[in-house]
Write a protein that binds this ligand. Structure first.
Ligand code: AMP
Length: 517
């Protein structure tokens, strides 16, 4: 089973159904999209010489061509490697090398990042710029049939920032994405042909994953004219077209609510906002419900079990009279039907309702492992269970509440930032003796990155110096928003930095921590 069959099925059964729109303008119907995909797939295999199972990277912002590139990979039996467009060229280079990509599709605005990354990478993939004459020529070949792949074969390598400072590629098979999609259509957001998924969030992540159920359900994909999340543009679109759903990080929901309130907009054409990827404040959730009505569904998932661990359905957002309504809004909901979810202690035994344990998951959405990383795979997948690194507690009704993240990850604007990566970048500065990076609650972003730095004795270091070293090594969005100088960091008896204490110090803005000039 190959996911590309969904596209072909849609094209055969209703070729003129809208498949792809830029804003309100139709770019392709299903017949045209499927033909483009078959031609592009032919070129990838025959003209560019890629072999079944080869990796193709997508270093692309949100553009309509994303859909054809992704489906052409699958049609041709290739493995897609969508890359977060906000990453640093060094991080992109690592992903290209780790996946040994044979080809990279690049949007024009990413050409600079691509050439810097390629200069650093060991692999030398072919580069096709989207919209170039070369690219369009590839779409003119005679189409080929869909490659015969096993359902367990890789379809998408989803790179997550690693706790070790190196991205790890969660290998997602056709089966994983099919299971995610069927669960989405059954429980989270059943759709009918003609309805649309709006790509307001990056297509390299959740939004792109949800392309799959929307092709399966024969809906359309809308790429905003701006190519990104612009609240006013979304409000305009949902005034003019019905049946629009989209995936959003909690920060986006909040910004959309504020924009709608300011404009007096109600987004009548909005069907569902599926939010997740980071914690949503109950007050923000209620504000959004107040403006848009009960059109919110929450999902909790991670790259290793894409979009699929638990969910809080739309109907439960509407049950305002339920005695535990508030608690339920503060939770991540109940297990999605396609997976089994448990909370366990260090010995792997279930903890009782109300007690906190590590969240572990088993089912058809769970990755087969990390690409070329057996050590990380062995620690994360044990006895058929995915150890998520998230801590949480079930209540007696089966609602899961996230408590903490054992991996110390910072979630800012719905994007994961691993402190270790930032700390490693800062430690490259010769005047930095020690550093600890933590997330501090932020009303708009959820959390912001803050670094506490101990300078080498007798050396001065400024925030500009530290910004510069970060710019050289890590993506811009991971850079600390604030730096504090300290003479020492709180440590436990093993010499390990106690981040909880550091958080308290920061919250109390203790005199021991001075903001850096
Ligand atoms: P990623 O692999 O980049 O998709 O990040 C997944 C992580 O984001 C999870 O392991 C959680 O820590 C966090 N996360 C995902 N969904 C939610 C949610 N609904 N509420 C709170 N945190 C979430």
């Amino acid at each position: 089973m190959n996911l590309a069959h969904h596209l072909l099925r849609a094209a055969r059964s209703d070729a003129s159904a809208p498949a792809l729109l830029k804003g309100l303008t139709e770019v392709a119907d299903y017949g045209r999209l499927a033909a483009t995909v078959a031609s592009l797939a032919a070129s990838l295999r025959q003209r560019l010489g890629l072999a079944q199972g080869d990796r193709v990277a997508l270093l692309m912002k949100n553009v309509p061509d994303y859909v054809a590139c992704l489906y052409a990979c699958w049609h041709a039996g290739l493995v897609a490697v969508p890359i977060n467009a906000k990453l640093h060229p060094r991080e992109v280079a690592f992903i290209l090398d780790n996946s040994s990509a044979g080809l990279v599709f690049v949007t024009e605005d990413m050409a600079g990042v691509a050439s810097e990354a390629l200069a650093l990478a060991t692999v030398k993939p072919l580069v096709i710029e989207i919209g170039s004459a070369d690219h369009r020529a590839l779409e003119k070949a005679d189409g080929i049939g869909i490659a015969d792949v096993a359902i367990a074969d890789p379809a998408w390598i989803f790179y997550t920032s690693g706790t070790t400072g190196r991205p790890k590629g969660a290998v997602l098979s056709h089966r994983n994405l099919l299971a995610m999609s069927l669960n989405y259509l059954a429980e989270i957001n059943p759709i009918v042909p003609g309805e649309a998924l709006l790509h307001a969030a990056p297509m390299s992540h959740g939004s792109g994953l949800y392309m799959v159920p929307h092709v399966l359900g024969m809906g359309a994909q809308i790429i905003p004219e701006s190519g990104r999340f612009e609240p006013d543009e979304i409000l305009e679109l949902t005034k003019k077209r019905d049946g629009i759903s989209f995936f959003a990080a909690p920060t986006m929901v909040r910004r959309l609510t504020v924009a709608a309130e300011a404009a007096g907009a109600t987004a009548p054409g909005l069907k569902t906002i599926i939010y997740g990827g980071g914690p949503m404040y109950v007050a923000d959730c209620k504000a959004a419900l107040g403006v848009f009505g009960p059109k919110l569904a929450q999902i909790y998932g991670q790259g290793e079990t894409p979009m699929t661990i638990t969910y809080l359905p739309k109907r439960m957002h509407a049950e305002t009279g339920h005695p535990r309504y508030e608690e339920r809004l503060a939770s991540v909901g109940i297990a999605q039907g396609v997976v089994q979810v448990r909370t366990v202690d260090e010995t792997g035994r279930d903890v009782a309702p109300g007690e906190i344990g590590e969240i572990i998951v088993r089912g058809d959405t769970v990755m087969s492992g990390y690409w070329r990383n057996p050590d990380a795979t062995a620690t994360t997948l044990r006895d058929g269970w995915l150890y998520t690194g998230d801590m949480g507690a079930f209540d007696a009704d089966g609602f899961l509440t996230l408590k903490d993240r054992s991996k110390d990850v910072i979630i800012s604007g719905g994007t994961n930032i691993y402190p270790r990566e930032v700390e490693e970048a800062l430690l490259r500065h010769e005047a930095v003796a020690e550093v600890s990076v933590i997330g501090r609650p932020h009303p708009e972003w959820g959390e912001e990155v803050v670094a506490v730095v101990v300078p080498v004795a007798g050396r001065a270091v400024t925030r500009d110096d530290l910004d510069q070293i970060c710019s050289a090594w890590i993506a811009r969005f991971k850079r600390p928003k604030h730096y504090y100088a300290a003479s020492e960091l709180p440590k436990n008896s093993y010499g390990k930095i106690v981040k909880t204490e550091l958080r308290t110090l920061l919250a109390e803005s203790s005199v021991r921590l001075a903001p850096m000039a």
